[in-house]
Ligand binder design. Structure first.
Ligand SMILES: [Mg+2]
Length: 232
């Protein structure tokens, strides 16, 4: 059996804050394609895959998701994102650089995110983090985030030749949906309150551990090392 663990990070609200670039890009894409202003005013993004968000937007405005419309949204969204990401408001969340450094050697790191693969690359390149991740699962692989953990493990194996079991995976994310995908497969989940949810809300979602942020590197590494699923 492989030693160490595969740590799978969420992006928005966990590794970084894109300063609203994603939301603005998608809002612009809907205006460009359908002449709808503020199309996502009443739709929450957090923890959902991009594909699901696109479909919720279409459904809310009574538009079809057939006839190549998803591909058009995707293309518009990504071209807007390449511009919008140049915002001064984007930033890396506290402790991320030190945590990535601390994980080096013993553990491996990847991504489990609702972002499209290209969108993830645009966002993480903008803050200098993209090169640290050896594989993962992205929002274009499946609309349902709960399906992304097996895809992440497989992608990591394809890229590195190393296969981790689900129980060797640790999910780090900022929403109940990050917790759900870990729980669906028996992975250890660390929820962090640096996104839209509070610590009590994340504890209610059933996270194995909840932290206010990831700034205490030793505490996070100890959790990862000793991580056993709550109730076991
Ligand atoms: Mg997130």
């Amino acid at each position: 059996m492989v030693s160490g663990k595969l740590i799978l990070f969420d992006i928005d609200g966990t590794l970084m804050d894109a300063g609203g670039a994603g939301g603005r890009s998608l809002t612009d894409a809907f205006y460009e394609l359908f002449s709808i202003k503020d199309a996502f005013k009443n739709i929450r993004f957090d923890g959902k895959t991009d594909l699901r968000i696109f479909k919720e937007g279409l459904k809310y405005h009574k538009l079809t998701d057939g006839n190549g419309v998803i591909a058009s949204i995707r293309e518009q969204y990504l071209s807007r994102l390449r511009l919008e990401i140049n915002t001064d408001k984007k930033h890396i969340k506290p402790g991320i650089a030190a945590l990535i450094e601390g994980l080096r050697g013993k553990n491996r790191i990847g991504l489990l995110t609702g972002n499209l693969r290209v969108g993830a690359e645009i966002k993480l390149l903008s803050v200098g983090l993209w090169q640290h991740f050896e594989g993962g699962a992205f929002g274009d692989a499946h609309e349902d985030r709960n399906r992304l953990l097996p895809i992440a493990v497989e992608d990591f194996y394809k890229n590195t030749g190393v296969r981790f079991s689900f129980s060797q995976c640790v999910i780090i994310g900022d929403t109940p949906k990050d917790v759900d995908v870990g729980k669906a497969h028996g992975a250890f989940t660390i929820a962090v309150a640096t996104g839209p949810y509070t610590s009590p809300e994340l504890a209610d979602a059933g996270a194995d551990a909840v932290l206010n942020d990831l700034s205490d590197t030793n505490a996070v590494l100890a959790l990862i090392d000793g991580g056993t699923i709550a109730g076991n």
